[in-house]
Design a binder for this molecule. Structure first.
Ligand SMILES: [Zn+2]
Length: 352
């Protein structure tokens, strides 16, 4: 692969150096820069932000999508202090709650009026270069008696913006099917492998028909691991039945980085060790999330003309300990060890 002006200029065997600097990555896993479809980034404004660039560059992540840390009343600050100062490419889902995820002890939808559709549409239009759609947490403890109303408002705002809805569905206030019924093609179900409340499996442990039907009409099923949202037995059952995640994301927070999530390559390794084929794991952090954010063919690819965001890993054999969000442990035989990250054609990080 040859890189020129930050873009992939040539790909294929037999390329000659022609005076260019050469990075030898023979025998390594050379991937498009990873896209983390759901992570958090607002350092210091909630318990929600790891330091994006430090983590991104040393884990091969070149596109980082914030999963609704801020809403119409707080987005501007995150833009000013984080998004516009990061070298990792940053995009975001705007929380339907105007206050975003500023103080989780009192949830962002504790007062339903925070779910202000007009304010969300206004912010979405003001920041259309960065905002991809609307995030909503449809969790019983968050929405209380409001049921599906916050999700309905999120869909209205996203409709007006021509954007997507990203819905958090751990311990939903209604059966998952009622949430799926409101989603449009391209909308994203976050945390679909959670182990709390109504989920994707029926009483016999089978992926339910309504879930498969939602995928068939274009709803995206995203891992969004986080501190509370992946249960290995559910992931194992889904994978055994061929229901792989469309996208693998970390839902990284500072707590998650210090805890069971660690980072995106660790999350990928969990799915590899749970039986998901390598090619599907790779697609779920490159081409699939690129499509999910409307950047298919531009990001998550190394074809000629694409941005030269590149992540190089070794697939390291050994015995590695992984933990899900319920404290269950698993020994895996492989993990992704980051070696080198290029951002727009420049070496951003390399393992010492
Ligand atoms: Zn999240």
């Amino acid at each position: 692969m040859r890189v020129r002006d930050g873009l992939v200029a040539e790909v294929g065997p037999g390329l000659r150096a022609d005076g260019d600097a050469v990075l030898d990555v023979a025998g390594k896993l050379v991937l498009p820069g990873l896209i983390d479809l759901h992570a958090h980034c607002f350092v210091g404004s909630s318990d929600f932000g790891p330091r994006t660039d430090d983590i991104a560059r040393s884990t091969g992540v070149t596109t980082w999508v914030d999963g609704g840390s801020t809403g119409a009343g707080t987005f501007e600050g995150m833009r000013e202090w984080v998004l516009s100062r990061s070298r990792v490419r940053m995009l975001a889902f705007l929380n339907i709650s105007a206050i975003g995820l500023m103080f989780l002890k009192i949830g962002e939808l504790n007062h339903l009026a925070y779910a202000d559709v007009d304010a969300a549409i206004g912010a979405g239009r003001d920041h259309r270069d960065l905002i991809l759609g609307i995030k909503v947490r449809s969790q019983l403890e968050v929405v209380g008696d409001a049921g599906l109303e916050p999700l309905r408002r999120a869909v209205r705002a996203a409709d007006a913006l021509g954007g997507r809805v990203m819905v958090h569905c751990t311990n939903p206030p209604v059966p998952l099917d009622e949430i799926l019924a409101l989603l449009r093609p391209g909308d994203i179900v976050s945390h679909f492998l959670h182990g709390r409340g109504h989920g994707i499996l029926d009483d016999r442990g089978q992926v339910r028909r309504e879930v498969r039907q939602a995928r068939e009409r274009g709803v995206v099923f995203d891992v969004a691991h986080g501190r509370m949202h992946v249960k290995f037995p559910i992931a194992r059952a889904a994978i055994a039945q061929g229901f792989y995640p469309d996208t693998i994301s970390s839902d990284l927070t500072s707590g998650g980085a210090a805890g069971c999530v660690k980072d995106l390559p660790t999350t990928m390794a969990k799915f590899l060790n749970l039986g998901m084929p390598l090619a599907d794991v790779v697609r779920s952090v490159t081409a699939n999330p690129a499509k999910a954010i409307g950047r298919a063919g531009q990001l998550g690819t190394l074809k000629r003309g694409a941005v030269a965001d590149v992540a190089v890993f070794t697939l390291e054999p050994g015995e590695f300990d992984f933990e899900d969000a319920h404290g269950e442990r698993m020994t895996g035989r492989q993990r992704f060890t980051p070696l080198l990250t290029l951002r727009a054609g420049e070496v951003w990080w390399r393992r010492a």
